[in-house]
Unconditional design. Sequence first.
Length: 249
Amino acid sequence: MFTMVAYESTASLAVLTALTPVPDGTVAVIGNDIRVPAALPYAVGAAAVINSSAATLRMQLVSPSLRAIFPVDMSPITNGTFVNGVNNTMNLWFTPLPLVALEPLDVFAQNAAAVLNRALVWFGDGPVKPTIGKIYTIRATASATLVTATWVNSGSLTFASTLPAGHYQLVGLRSWSANQCAARVFFVGYQWRPGVAATQTEGGNDPLYQRYGQLGVFGEFDNTVPPTIDFLGATDTAETMYLDLIKTS
């Protein structure tokens, strides 16, 4: 079980400075803090993005429990506005970073100019548990208008094929559009928003471990109540997704 949150600020940060969380109704956000969910007290992944190539770039995960040892430096830092690469995330899925339930988690950044700073953080309940089964991939599209530093929901998705009646597990996701940074899934009645780093082209290099059951089950749904998608990015109005599904009944 996992969920995704984000931080985003456009500013000149001469010293390490806390970024602003992207507004989020699924977790407690207080000032620059996101409170660690009690049910998901581990960081299982992270990604750092700064739109600069200066040598002074830094980004850190900071919380009271981490400070007791030392803040965790995030690396690699992608130079640009997107995660943009198969190896540009901190893959902690099998070696999760322990946090403390309800403590504040901040992301601090340092750069050399007034540029965009983004961070993605995945909270989880422990090491990932991959799943196996007969996996089918279905294409879907959306027409959400993306806004900087905002999770924008897709509304209903348009599927390329009709889902046969039954119950499904979502076990992987690929999402792309020209200015999209991340996508996370909204299942009706489900608190968490499991998400992925997005890519900007059909052939882009998003992390392959986000597909085909390698991160376990994102969530479940009936064909009559399919999920929708929250997007993080800017200016896009057309998005494409590939959903990996296991039909369980």
